[in-house]
Design a protein around this ligand. Structure first.
Ligand SMILES: NC(=O)c1ccc[n+]([C@@H]2O[C@H](COP(=O)([O-])OP(=O)(O)OC[C@H]3O[C@@H](n4cnc5c(N)ncnc54)[C@H](OP(=O)(O)O)[C@@H]3O)[C@@H](O)[C@H]2O)c1
Length: 248
């Protein structure tokens, strides 16, 4: 098992990509801190991970709330003694065309997707700096790289994550801490409309050379790779798991 004895924090762990990646990390032996606003001990993902024999902490945190993020990391260290991996995945979207977008809609998407990512990255990096070791995987989007319609707030936030990752990777590399991005494309609640509504589906699938959305479970192996020591010389990169939509 590639992550035996390691401790991983996963944000946005209750469903979608976060839940599938949590399962993948657990199968490789990691102990887990599962974070999202509404996660509960009786949720499927928690029960399944416990069945695998992993230790799990469940933490109800809005990643945009800085003080709560820092106390979640303190609790993780108090319980497990260290943090080896952060899958910095919590995010949300609220599609609306540019000319109809309110200031509040802009602010909320930036608060969760960009500031939330920064909050978690900083709180965990401070712990990893003491350990002189760790792997952080942020989540950006192909939409940030290619541009998209109806989500200027989301694309801007994810573009910010892309830049944040590159700069954090440079700052943290001398201390043995790696920071990478994934850019996924998967069938989840977030992509429900574009993946299933006939009004959007065919148009969207034309953008994906493989002609389908991934299942969330297909994202797990790439995150395990970036979390594990086998990627020990990779930092500051974006791994697109998007059926060929972006070619960098
Ligand atoms: N699906 C795709 O194709 C795709 C493409 C590009 C990027 N992404 C990114 O991948 C990540 C996961 O997306 P997904 O598709 O799995 O979406 P999803 O199914 O909607 O899941 C989002 C997760 O984030 C949590 N969450 C939302 N706001 C939060 C907050 N303020 N604080 C803490 N947790 C929060 C949700 O749980 P609670 O409701 O319990 O908080 C949920 O567990 C996101 O960052 C998304 O932007 C997804």
């Amino acid at each position: 098992m590639r992550l035996q004895g390691k401790v991983a924090i996963v944000t946005g762990a209750r469903k979608g990509i976060g839940s599938a990646v949590s399962m993948a990390l657990a199968r490789e032996g990691a102990d887990l801190v599962l974070v999202s606003r509404n996660i509960k001990r009786k949720d499927q993902v928690v029960l399944e991970i416990e069945k695998l024999g992993c230790n799990v902490i469940v933490s109800q945190v809005d990643v945009g709330e800085r003080a709560r993020v820092f106390s979640m990391v303190r609790e993780a260290v108090a319980q497990f003694g260290r943090v080896d991996v952060l899958f910095n995945n919590a995010g949300l979207s609220n599609p609306v065309m540019l000319w109809k977008m309110t200031g509040e809609q802009w602010d909320e998407i930036i608060r969760v997707n960009l500031k939330g990512t920064f909050n978690c990255l900083q709180a965990v990096a401070l712990q990893m700096l003491e350990q002189k070791r760790g792997s952080i995987i942020n989540v950006t989007s192909s939409e940030a790289i290619l541009g998209t319609i109806g989500q200027v707030n989301y694309a801007a936030a994810k573009g910010g994550v892309h830049a944040l990752t590159r700069s954090a990777a440079r700052e943290l590399a001398p201390y043995g801490i790696r920071v990478n991005n994934i850019a996924p494309m998967a069938d989840t609640d977030m992509t429900q409309k574009i993946a299933h509504d006939p009004k959007y589906k065919d148009k969207y699938l034309q953008r994906i050379p493989m002609g389908r959305f991934a299942q969330p479970a297909e994202i797990g192996p790439a995150v395990v790779f970036l979390a594990a020591d086998e990627s020990s010389y990779i930092t500051g990169q974006t791994l697109c798991i998007d059926g060929g939509m972006v070619s960098l």
